[in-house]
Design a binder for this molecule. Sequence first.
Ligand code: NDP
Ligand code: 8X3
Length: 254
Amino acid sequence: MRTVLITGASSGIGAACALELAKDKNYRLLLCARRVERLEELKSKIKDLNPACEVHSFKLDVRNADEVETTLSNLPQEWKNIDVLINNAGLSQGLDPIQTGDIGDWDRMIDTNVKGLLYVTRFVVPMMEDSKQAHIINIGSIAGKEVYPNGNVYCATKHAVDALNKAMRIDLLAKGIKVTAINPGMVETEFSEVRFHGDSNRAKSVYEGVTPLSGQDIAEIIVFALNRPAHVNINDLLVMPTVQATGTIVNRSN
Ligand code: NDP
Ligand code: 8X3
């Protein structure tokens, strides 16, 4: 039985991972995010799907290092040993050129996508000490592999995730902890709604005329990566919808 901690489990890819892992009797789930009411809804969906799946959820803002340390160290005793960390919490805010970008947007992206991922990893790795199947999955992005117009700071944060993914693999090698980056292209979640500060029409237009990836598409790939034999690690995977060639070249004509 492996205990999995998913950050940003209240929506999108994180919630889909929770639902996908709940189907597998080998996993028990630690779910966190800021919106605890969403986590409660997710827990009841998991209960319907698999009543035997053990779930513990809690509020966590990954941007606050003290909160991350205190909350993780105060987990109930039976949840203190973690086997799998899915570093998923993240967001994009705005899509503006550098010279007019909003500094608050920049801070939220850097604080969440880079510093938050670091804080959680810093405090979870010691909780993996007793695991024989430790694995960290970092959710990067196509934006960590290339830079597109006005993507500046979001792309920089995901390039940082790409670097940290490689760095973790080096630093954690001797501990036998697997480290995998899953880098999606366009996935239809609340991502665009958050990027465009709640402008749902603009958010919907991102997915118009295409079949994007779903959270479940990514979750299935993550479960596949987690279920490889002990000697096999998927280092880095770029997953795109068939209609997407690069961050911005998308075929909307079919
Ligand atoms: P969603 O907006 O649907 O989900 C984002 C999740 O992150 C939410 O559960 C949110 O929870 C959580 N989150 C955001 N800020 C914080 C915070 N400060 N502390 C804790 N949790 C936080 O988007 P996605 O599911 O699409 O995004 C998940 C990851 O996938 C992100 O890292 C994103 O960059 C990445 N990604 C997304 C792609 C896409 O096209 N959708 C493509 C490539 C990568 P809450 O608000 O409740 O705290
Ligand atoms: C999210 C996908 O293409 O908007 O990481 O950067 S993209």
